[in-house]
Design a protein around this ligand. Structure first.
Ligand code: PMP
Length: 309
């Protein structure tokens, strides 16, 4: 699948893919001053629709707000720019990458106070992040030797470019050791999240996931799963989770827009449950993917059609 398309929306214009470039002195390249989103458009029975579009664009604006770099577009303007990007590229199912960044404003670490972020929206076909096979068979993961950022250092609620150096350390270490993904603990030693995914631990039919205070990105897929699982009658807990709870779990799964819902079959070479996708994970996956194939009713208005009728 080609990770490319014809046009990228760039500061309000549709620019040919190959021409969507920036200067080497772009501030974000030097200091990580960018915020971004990962969103998916699914080809549903009612046509292509962006999943939880508004929530993603609001998170983008909130990530920028934390760093005091306003994004000069309303949420609705961002959503329409995104729909337009999908339409001009004739995409039906795609991964969407909006990115706000501090541009070529000089190399002072603190740019002028009135600096607004530049903005691009790219969209292109992209399969499940950890592979289609992983959705069914699960992945082997390891606890990283790297912790997530401590509170009041780098805010993990912002989806900011610089934060992904942490994800690179966590995910890169795991891959070098032959694992599909790395899982990080917070500085106080509790479970935090995967390099690019939130985590759920299932034990005795109860779903637990780390709270916002465990240095996580408050994932939109995480939120979706909490709502869907509650509908299915599961108890959901946001609570501190000890490392060993992973080893003793009946099931573990990771959630993210790019990764979707991925079972974890082992952690640190300790088999999780039966060592394969468990029944709760399968049920949650079916409910989630059902939103896109029509078998789960979208009661929440989460699907934003790109060709409104
Ligand atoms: N944590 C991190 C570090 C991530 O990069 C992502 C992917 N955006 C997630 C969690 C999952 O978030 P979401 O479900 O909103 O994609």
């Amino acid at each position: 699948m080609a990770n490319t398309a014809d046009f990228i929306w760039f500061n309000g214009e549709m620019v040919p893919w190959a021409d969507a470039n920036v200067h080497v002195l772009t501030h974000a390249m030097h200091y990580g001053t960018s915020v971004f989103e990962g969103i998916r458009c699914y080809n549903t029975p009612n046509g292509p629709a962006v999943f939880r579009h508004k929530e993603h664009m609001e998170r983008l604006k909130n990530s920028a707000k934390i760093y005091r770099f306003p994004i000069p577009y309303s949420t609705e303007e961002l959503m329409e720019a995104c729909r337009e990007t999908l339409r001009v590229n004739k995409l039906e199912s795609a991964y969407i990458r909006p990115l706000g960044f501090v541009g070529n404003v000089g190399l002072g670490v603190c740019p002028p106070a009135d600096t607004e972020m530049e903005l691009i929206i790219a969209a292109f076909p992209w399969g499940s992040y950890l592979g289609e096979e992983a959705l069914e068979n699960g992945v082997d993961a390891m606890i990283s030797s790297w912790n997530r950022a401590a509170p009041n250092t780098i805010p993990t609620a912002a989806k900011a470019g610089g934060n992904y150096l942490s994800s690179l350390l966590v995910g890169g270490e795991a891959r070098r050791h032959g694992y599909a993904e790395g899982i990080a603990l917070s500085v106080d030693g509790y479970l935090s999240e995967g390099a690019g995914e939130n985590i759920f631990v299932v034990r005795n039919g109860v779903l637990s996931t780390p709270p916002a205070t465990s240095a996580i990105l408050p994932g939109i897929t995480r939120d979706t799963i909490m709502i869907l699982a509650k509908e299915m009658g599961y108890e959901i807990r946001e609570e501190n989770i000890a490392r060993e709870a992973l080893y003793l779990a009946d099931e573990i799964f990771m959630t993210g827009t790019a990764a979707e819902i991925v079972p974890v079959r082992s952690v640190d070479q300790i088999t999780v449950g039966e060592g394969k996708r468990g029944p709760v994970t399968k049920q949650v996956q079916e409910a989630y993917f059902g939103l896109f194939n029509g078998s789960t009713e979208d009661k929440w208005g989460w699907l934003d059609p790109i060709y409104p009728s």
